[in-house]
Design a binder for this molecule. Structure first.
Ligand SMILES: [Zn+2]
Length: 393
């Protein structure tokens, strides 16, 4: 059994978002209340643990904190049972400092136990609230363990934990014809070492004009300047804009999943580049395209999918010159510019498609990595080579 978590962006209306904020507030209050109580009981020489504190809170909350029952009972319970308890455990194990009070706006979240919510397609049902729209469906099928609702900037997410049967790995033997190199691109979503190019829809191109227009109109509205009171129209435009961004993220996410499904199902050894995305994003021309293709998400998906299927993802060092090296003779073409899509090797004369050549190099890198990872002994390498059905030129 393995537990996987799928974090899904929520699309709450105002009432729902208000409920979420309130539930986070209740969780935070319960955490801080329990922290004070913990200290008090401890100082009095009384026995204290999370169970005692939850019981105490339950006994007084209806009379002292009646507003707590406006949200799911899980919010205060888990804040103590999981949150504060874990903080103390980490403290006692010397992994963390003494627990501090939680502040509003910092890591706002609340938890739900699996009997307190339901998922149906792209909707989640939450106690005292009803059905809330999710921007995508849960990707894993299995026993749902629990969920955490959290806020990041102005967006709400639900991370659903699912226990799934550990699948029988589909890749049991490594063979070179099950190896592939993937060059993630700016022009194409990905180029494979077998020559295939995966174009992918470019959601940004179609929607970018609308985004730009919305951004412009947003900057003209009252509330755009720092310190200015945000007008109703400003908030409306802001909401429209974030919806548009969420739509783009959806399209992108689906494509990445399709590609990583295909790769992890069909290949046992996959070579990719360990891209320095933050470095690339500084380059203006590349920035949008890089974010478009969401390299990090691609890698994350590919790694966990390959792992459960018995495959291996090999990251080539970010300084590995996959584009500049001739995959045929090994010549390193330092004169290759970023814009050159085709090039001819001055050493062996072969002409290359830039991306296919890079993908082939990444495949070779991954295969030789797998070979050397299995031992430095020559004999081992030789036998491994036979196992891998190496074609030695
Ligand atoms: Zn060459």
């Amino acid at each position: 059994m393995i537990i996987l978590a799928h974090k899904i962006c929520l699309d709450p209306n105002n009432i729902e978002a208000t409920y979420f904020a309130k539930a986070c507030g209740v969780a935070r209050f319960a955490y801080n209340w329990a922290l004070v109580e913990w200290k008090r009981l401890y100082d009095n020489g009384e026995k204290v643990n999370e169970g005692i504190l939850r019981k105490r809170l339950n006994a007084i909350k209806h009379t002292e904190f009646p507003w707590m029952s406006e949200v799911t009972k899980c919010a205060p319970q888990f804040a103590i049972k999981d949150g504060l308890n874990k903080a103390f455990k980490n403290f006692f194990a010397k992994r963390a400092e003494f627990p501090k009070f939680k502040k509003k706006g910092i890591k706002d979240s609340f938890s739900l136990s699996n009997d307190q919510f339901k998922i149906d397609g792209d909707k989640i049902k939450i106690p005292n609230l009803g059905w809330v729209r999710m921007t995508e469906e849960l990707r894993f099928s299995g026993k749902i363990i629990g969920a955490v609702v959290s806020r990041k900037a102005d967006r709400w997410f639900v991370s659903v934990q699912v226990e799934i049967q550990e699948p029988t790995p589909i890749h049991t033997a490594l063979s070179e014809n099950q190896a592939i190199g993937v060059d993630l691109g700016v022009k194409d979503l990905a180029t494979l070492s077998n020559g295939a190019k995966i174009t992918g829809a470019k959601p940004h191109k179609a929607l970018l004009t609308r985004i730009r227009r919305l951004n412009q109109s947003l900057s003209r509205k009252q509330g755009a300047k720092k310190g200015e009171k945000k007008s109703k129209n400003f908030k409306k435009a802001q909401a429209r804009l974030s919806k548009l961004h969420a739509r783009i993220a959806d399209i992108r996410n689906n494509e990445t999943h399709k590609l990583t499904d295909m790769l992890s199902n069909n290949y046992s050894v996959i070579g990719i580049e360990d891209l320095n995305v933050s470095g690339m994003a500084k380059n203006h021309k590349l920035a949008r395209a890089v974010l478009d293709m969401s390299f990090f998400e691609f890698r994350r998906q590919l790694e966990y999918k390959s792992k459960i299927k018995g495959g291996h993802v090999i990251l080539a060092d970010r300084f590995y010159p996959s584009s500049k090296t001739c995959s045929c003779c090994g010549y390193k073409n330092d004169a290759l510019t970023l814009s050159a899509r085709q090039w001819t090797c001055p050493d062996c004369g072969i002409s290359h498609d830039r991306d296919i050549n890079a993908a082939i190099n990444l495949k070779n890198y991954a295969v030789s990595y797998m070979v050397s990872a299995c031992g430095e002994l020559v004999e081992t390498v030789t036998s491994m080579k036979q196992e891998l059905n190496f074609t030695t030129a």
